[in-house]
Ligand binder design. Sequence first.
Ligand SMILES: [Zn+2]
Length: 213
Amino acid sequence: MVFINTRQIVYCRGNLDSKEIALTFDDGPCEPYTERILDILERYNVKATFFMIGRNVEKFPRIAKRVVNAGHDIGNHTYSHSSLVLDRPRKIAMELEKGEEAISCSTGVSTRMFRPPYGANTRWVLTQALRRGYVITKWSVNAGDWGKASAERIAKRTLARVGNGAIILMHDGKNHRGNNHRWQTVDALPTIVEALKSRGYGLVTISELLDLK
Ligand SMILES: [Zn+2]
């Protein structure tokens, strides 16, 4: 049995001494939100990280490719976004492998990072992800961009919590249970990016934040 100290192997933030922050978007790609988010990131010339669901990549392969072509980081967020909490190794392995396959088929690149759905980093999930060489990343700031949260509230909540090395969790897509739209995330993004830039933060990908070679 492998003993896993989750504090050592799950990254939730970068270096506290460096004035850098990573924006991350989960559960996409998803029309029309991902494309609007890409437009905004391009307008402000910043890079972000997208944790994609394999099933959504199969649905929107062109958008997944656009994310990669724009120079953003991508990560595996499983194939179907089912909760892995109660799952055994074989099911977890299948979710990781099918997710990876969907992403590499559509984008031509493979992923190095993994974020478990619902942040569920159980021992089996971690073991299976580490066995495949994934860097496991969660977040330090949850933008709370679900349900009925307004763009103003999302921006305010996020900006009140950020600091050096923060990893911000936002969403560009819907998971299998979700039926809410993502316009509030799209609308909050310019405010968040402008405020972080004016505070002197560099907005970087997770690879840059964690200095992954
Ligand atoms: Zn998710």
